[in-house]
Design a protein around this ligand. Structure first.
Ligand code: 5GP
Ligand code: MN
Length: 324
């Protein structure tokens, strides 16, 4: 970490001087998005700042154990003097929460760990070796000498746990474990966070996972599946988006180097989740299609219909396997 020390110092300066901070994260927020957002929000409030956390989509109910998640607004109107963007590799990924006319003139601090980050802020703390944005936020708070409370620690540990799948992914380092230990020492309940953020899921998502697994295709060492709105209706699945953990499950097969899941949204667009075994890189494919992510986990959204999205992405993924 700390690949650009002057960015860290500049970010600290902007945060210290700000009074009214708008903190935002990406659409369909995952545990790292919510955890880094709430951890930073609590910490900056502790310094006497007014902080407004916001996101286009509300947090999933699984994150209700985190203090203050209901403060996350779905609109970002207001008077601010600083914008902080968390866990987001490009502005489009903020969706409708970013209002160019109002927010475009604000100084912007970007804090992220995606290798595909476009460095679109005034100051960019982008550390691709960090397990999670939460791990970077922890390092920044320590650098600033901000005392950790159990609320800050629980939020940040949620980010670490969800982005490493409980310390199982290749982005887990000794630094990650040291961060987790420190967060536990400051009151974050690790087993409870693992259970709530990672293990428990809806019965609906299990049914979606089952249907997706039974229709998945294996072509060479590429596994992929599609989840249409029609299938969701047939299964009676209430959740409008998400893959029920399907792409993460497909990549666990010995026979698979790269996995993809195509999820049809209610808008007709297709959200694509990509996963790769160590040694393979799907982040550049996602970037080419306007998305982003990490070597081992990335994604993008393409126009429908499903068939067109599949026909564009599958040949490109087969090339990743051939050329690796
Ligand atoms: P997931 O498949 O879990 O939704 O996403 C895996 C990774 O890809 C995450 O790091 C996520 O931030 C990134 N990702 C997924 N979809 C998109 C997208 O549409 N745009 C960008 N920039 N990143 C994405
Ligand atoms: Mn993340």
């Amino acid at each position: 970490m700390l690949s650009n020390p002057s960015a860290w110092a500049d970010a600290e300066g902007l945060l210290r001087r700000a009074h009214a901070i708008l903190a935002v994260t990406h659409v369909s927020p995952d545990g790292d998005a919510i955890g880094s957002l709430m951890g930073l929000t609590h910490a900056l409030r502790g310094l006497g700042k007014t902080v407004t956390p916001a996101c286009q989509d509300p947090p999933h109910p699984r994150f209700e154990y985190l203090k203050g998640v209901h403060d996350i607004r779905q609109s970002a109107e207001g008077d601010f003097d600083l914008l902080v963007v968390l866990d987001t590799s490009d502005l489009a990924r903020l969706g409708t929460i970013f209002l160019p006319a109002q927010h475009g003139r604000l100084p912007m601090v970007v804090i992220d760990h995606h290798v595909t980050n476009l460095n679109f802020g005034t100051v960019n703390i982008v550390e691709p070796t960090a397990s999670s944005t939460a791990e970077i936020v922890l390092a920044l708070l320590k650098k600033m000498g901000v005392p950790l409370t159990p609320d800050i620690a629980s939020a940040l540990l949620t980010g670490v746990i969800t982005d490493t799948l409980g310390f199982r992914t290749s982005n887990t380092t000794s630094n990650t474990l040291a961060a987790a230990m420190e967060l536990m020492q400051h009151g974050a309940p690790l087993p409870e966070i693992i259970r709530r953020a990672l293990v428990m899921r809806s019965f609906d998502s299990l049914r979606l996972l089952g249907a997706g697994l039974s229709s998945a295709k294996l072509e060479g060492r590429l596994a992929y599946a599609t989840l249409s709105q029609k299938l969701r209706r047939e299964l009676g699945v209430q959740e409008e988006r998400g893959d029920g953990g399907l792409v993460g499950t497909l990549i666990t097969a010995y026979e698979v180097d790269v996995a993809a899941v195509f999820v049809e949204l209610t808008s007709g667009e297709i959200e694509i989740g990509l996963r790769a075994q160590p040694g393979f890189d799907v982040s550049q494919v996602a970037l080419e299609f306007g998305g982003g992510g990490h070597a081992a986990a990335a994604g993008c959204t393409l126009p429908g219909p499903m068939r067109d999205a599949v026909n564009r992405v599958i040949p490109r993924l087969k090339r990743v396997i051939e050329e690796t």
